[in-house]
Design a protein around this ligand. Structure first.
Ligand code: ADP
Ligand code: MG
Length: 283
């Protein structure tokens, strides 16, 4: 039987720090002394002392994982559903969005497509659903359709297409934003098609587009390829209909109305009492 030989020349704190580091328990290492003092004072027994440290490590680890997921997702901004005003977009099915934020569709490897004109909150919703996925420890990648096609072509030219395709196939949720603004070359279309094809029933994909499905051919060029892509993408799909006025336009119009009411108080009769700003509220 092998025995652990205690090295009496090295202080136990140093050895402990070393072991905890190699076991990847940084919170344990940071907190054990402080928690020990607290437990002595509160007369907490050893199992509860260790339990407290374990809980702290787990909480910290979950937070670190979430932060790593968010960094790896490459979100251009942080947006959440807390700041999304559903009243501003009545065509959007709020309960479906809240359901999607629970991420079961990602576990089922389904798809989601948000459709609507510019400024209606498609990117905001996609970012919020991406963030929710990171919070549930799913791997996420956010990319615009144009950037993705650019990356794929670059990877092909540099002979590392296979490894990029593998990476794109592996991620739990791939968000492809802004499909429709830039038409692709034939090669670009085929490369993007391959990404969607590989992900079919293997991972969840969220696409946002300003174009209705019957106009997607104008982006992909080929009717046959568009048909095959839509076939895969829409097999298990949640559609978010986001038809309405641009949120930016609506809020700046509202701001302008408020400003003119302040400038000409006689016209409204009570314009001078209007507070400045607060243009994001909806009636
Ligand atoms: P889209 O992607 O549909 O063009 P965005 O999601 O980029 O639109 O929205 C444009 C701006 O308006 C963003 O700053 C976004 O946060 C904001 N926005 C859009 N819709 C809403 C909404 N319903 N509630 C709060 N902010 C919104
Ligand atoms: Mg957008």
């Amino acid at each position: 039987m092998s025995a652990v030989v205690e090295d009496t020349t090295v202080p136990p704190q140093v050895l402990l720090a070393h072991h905890l580091k190699s076991l990847k328990l940084p919170t344990f290492a940071r907190e054990y002394e402080k928690v020990a003092f607290e437990c002595v004072r509160a007369q907490v027994d050893y199992p509860r002392y260790l339990l407290r440290l374990c809980e702290l490590e787990r909480i910290d680890r979950d937070r670190r994982n979430m932060e790593r997921r968010i960094r790896q997702a490459r979100f251009p901004q942080t947006k959440s559903l807390d700041t999304f005003d559903f009243k501003a977009i009545p065509s959007l099915n709020k309960s479906l969005v809240l359901e999607l934020a629970r991420c079961e569709w990602i576990e089922r490897r389904e798809n989601c497509i948000a459709l609507g004109p510019a400024g209606t909150g498609k990117t905001h919703t996609a970012l919020a659903l991406g963030l929710a996925a990171c919070q549930r420890n799913h791997s996420v990648l956010f990319v615009t359709a144009a950037a993705l096609v650019h990356e794929l072509i670059e990877a092909r030219d540099e002979r590392r297409l296979r490894s990029l395709q593998k990476q794109l196939a592996k991620v739990n949720l791939l968000i492809v934003d802004e499909l429709g603004y830039v038409p692709f070359t034939a090669v670009g279309s085929e490369l993007l098609f391959e990404v969607i094809s590989r992900r079919y029933e293997n991972g969840a994909t969220l696409v946002t587009s300003n174009l209705p499905f019957d106009e997607w051919t104008s982006v992909f060029g080929s009717e046959r390829l568009t048909g095959a892509l839509l076939d895969r993408l829409t097999h298990h799909v949640h559609i978010l209909e986001m038809n309405g006025e641009s949120y930016r336009l609506a809020t700046s119009k509202k701001r302008a109305r408020k400003a003119s009411a302040i400038a000409a108080p006689d016209a409204s009769g009570h314009g001078h009492t209007e507070p400045k700003g607060g243009a994001t509220d909806t009636d």
